[in-house]
Write a protein that binds this ligand. Structure first.
Ligand SMILES: Cc1cc2nc3c(=O)[nH]c(=O)nc-3n(C[C@H](O)[C@H](O)[C@H](O)COP(=O)(O)OP(=O)(O)OC[C@H]3O[C@@H](n4cnc5c(N)ncnc54)[C@H](O)[C@@H]3O)c2cc1C
Length: 394
């Protein structure tokens, strides 16, 4: 009897595919960027100096655009970023325009942010390769009001009005995505007001997810209660008869969450260790696939990405099914994005954009993620180095 052929597991080791879009000159530039980031001291001093230079109005914008900003961001404007998205689309990788600036936190800036994100949706609807929009609720309204609502504190009449305006902005963006045939992701933020974000996302799902999945909520699996929250939200969606969209992430605010819990003396919402986060992340993915939940698997973790392809195979979900999207950040984990896309999976990369000086907080986070951990080179740096060797470049 002949053995059944075993379908090989997807591999992210194909560097030729991963770096197909990069010329030798671009690869050399990437090497320099990641080599710098990999040096903890140099990278933290570099980011501090760049921030200082912007405060002093020194002409550093050009350098930033050619280095860190150019690598991790699509551009300063929607029009510039669309060019980057078009480039990704040549390799089957789709994009999500992600306004990555921190506003001033007043009503005028909330209105301006909503309008800008509205424009990203209008632009995205013009192409096939920008199927999603994205927003952070704290870009659209005052987080202190969200905090008060979650803490069951009474709002003043002015705060009630401000919250009503925030609800209107969330609705405007979700309705626009719905009307333009797009999908939209609601990013997850800090646990002390995340319940309010969840409720806004569920209200939008109930309104717009009846015939197709438009709105997706995000679940941070570094929280020990997130798997239960995801399952509960799915059950409610089933009972109320709307489609449920989930974007599991591991979570970006671990230190801040732990520090606040310790300072205020409540139980740390974060998992005891990385292994527990990984376990719940993979459980969330498994639960989603088993229940045919509309899924955006947002991770740079190779094991979780491979596990999802295996689960899809096991449950008969085609690689190009509308049910499952893989998602990474622009300028990171191209080995995952490009190899998945090449194998026919749906991949959407967040393409951050905004004026250079306003994107600095975003760039600082990317710098710390790509610095060396306990003396080990960052994975991105290792991959670029291997590709340089493969191309016999110095
Ligand atoms: C497309 C995309 C969208 C994203 N959207 C959001 C969002 O809306 N909200 C948000 O918060 N984040 C978001 N993130 C960031 C995400 O939460 C992670 O911080 C980041 O992706 C790193 O996790 P990973 O799964 O890629 O990889 P890994 O390198 O496998 O995991 C690193 C993560 O593990 C967790 N971790 C590390 N050490 C420990 C520990 N000791 N104990 C417990 N947990 C630990 C942390 O969450 C850390 O970020 C997004 C990321 C991507 C790629």
């Amino acid at each position: 009897m002949r053995a059944m052929p075993v379908k090989p597991t997807i591999s992210f080791e194909n560097l030729e595919v991963a770096f197909a879009s990069k010329s030798n000159a671009e690869l050399r530039k990437m090497y320099l960027i990641f080599a710098t980031l990999n040096n903890n001291l140099v990278s933290s001093i570099g980011i501090k100096l760049a921030n200082l230079a912007f405060q002093l109005h020194l002409p550093v914008k050009g350098i930033m655009k050619k280095t860190m900003f150019g690598h991790f961001c699509g551009g300063e404007t929607i029009a510039e970023s669309v060019l980057a998205c078009r480039q990704l689309a040549k390799y089957g990788v789709h994009s999500i325009l992600d306004l990555s600036v921190e506003g001033k936190g007043d009503e005028a800036s909330f209105e301006a942010t909503t309008e800008e994100i509205y424009q990203t949706l209008v632009e995205s609807a013009k192409t096939e390769y920008m199927p999603f929009g994205v927003f952070k609720v704290t870009g659209l309204g005052d987080y202190r009001i969200l905090e008060k609502i979650q803490a069951n504190q009474a709002l003043t009449p002015a705060e009630q009005e401000a919250f009503a305006r925030l609800e209107g902005r969330v609705d405007r963006l979700c309705k626009t995505a719905h009307d333009l045939g797009l999908k939209i992701l609601v990013d997850a933020e800090e646990s002390w007001f995340q319940n309010v974000i969840d409720d806004l996302a569920y209200a939008a799902m109930a309104k717009y997810n009846s015939s197709r999945c438009v709105v997706y909520n995000t679940y941070q699996m570094y929280r020990h209660d997130s798997l239960a929250r995801l399952k509960q939200a799915y059950q409610v969606a089933q009972e109320q008869g709307y489609l449920f969209g989930a974007k599991p992430v591991r979570g970006a605010y671990m230190e801040k969450e732990r520090a606040r819990a310790q300072a205020e003396g409540y139980v740390d919402p974060i998992q005891p260790n990385k292994a527990a986060t990984d376990q719940d992340y993979d459980a969330a993915i498994r639960y989603s696939v088993e229940n045919h939940i509309h899924l955006v698997c947002a991770t740079h973790n190779e094991k979780s990405s491979v596990a999802l392809t295996e689960l899809m195979e096991l449950h008969g979900i085609a690689a190009d099914s509308e049910l499952v999207f893989f998602s990474q950040l622009y300028g990171m984990s191209d080995s995952i994005s490009y190899n998945l896309a090449k194998s026919g999976y749906r991949v959407v990369k967040y393409v951050p954009y905004g004026p250079v000086e306003k994107v600095m907080p975003y760039l600082s986070r990317r710098a710390s993620e790509n610095s060396s951990i306990a003396g080990q080179s960052s994975r991105e740096f290792e991959l670029v180095r291997k590709e340089m060797t493969r191309r016999r470049l110095k």
